[in-house]
Write a protein that binds this ligand. Sequence first.
Ligand code: ATP
Length: 318
Amino acid sequence: MSALTFDILRLLSDGAFHSGEALAQRLDLSRASVWQALQGVEQYGVEIHSIRGKGYRLSQAIEWLDAARIAAAAGDAGKRLSLELFDQLESSNSVLLRRAAQCTSGTVLACEWQSAGRGRLGRQWLGNLGGSLLFSLLWRFEQGVAGLSGLSLAVGVALVRALRLAGIADARLKWPNDVYLPQGKLAGILIEVSGDTLGPSQVVIGVGLNLRLGQMQQQIAQPVAALGQPVSRNQLLGLVLQQMLLVLDQFAVHGFAALRDEWQAMHYLHLQAVRLLAPNGTERFGVVQGVAEDGTLLLDEAGVLQRIHAGEISLREC
Ligand code: ATP
């Protein structure tokens, strides 16, 4: 999306009508250039009403990311973060991974729009301009990569805690790295790790979370969900970062073990019959018995307790 389109959307962000002439004047452009810049914005999940004689209006007001409001909501954790906001990035994880060597632990890149958002195993992560949280956090650990098992589960705990603080009571986790509402998938976590087995190590923790769905729903081949009530994006991002830092501090000292009970209480498939799906299409069936202290899934498979490593496995309800 062009910088000009972002400028116009910012002028429209209150959700009220603005005439093409007034917009053109504010930006020192022709009315035709304003019209041109707004062509095709639907592909970013933005809906614009255009009425002759009245001008343009966003169907839903946009609350743009705001560093001061995010830091305020994060409280004391805000002092340990270095927050950078962007209109668009290819993928916040990809950019932060490339820049990691020059960044301090606690660097956060958050953006309004990702052109190539990523999920696990090369899958795509979609977002809506103004209707998603899309961000990545860089964190360094003294322990090596070997000590980081269960980290994506720990981050899930932080997300659900933050959602509850924001008034979303029915958010639950799905092993290993997703957040669900009863209607479907609300958020995903993508953790990319580098470092030695013994330490130190560095992780980039990416999160995508839906505040509204819009057209995106039709492009995703599984049930998806968005927050069903108005929640401030800045407030929620601040709370998520605050809870992430609390969880990361705890994880650095005790590993996932300290968060295991809390995680299990948040798992919506606890003691449920499930299907495990491998990328080659192979399936296994069993009943979830919880997770081990290293975050592996404990599955009762025909009476035998198996430990399942996240790797390339996807968990589905039966
Ligand atoms: P797993 O259960 O193994 O995590 P997954 O299919 O949910 O499997 P992820 O890597 O977590 O895989 O997420 C990527 C997938 O999530 C995409 O293939 C798509 O189906 C779905 N997806 C993409 N964007 C969104 C979104 N904004 N909200 C919900 N789901 C999405």
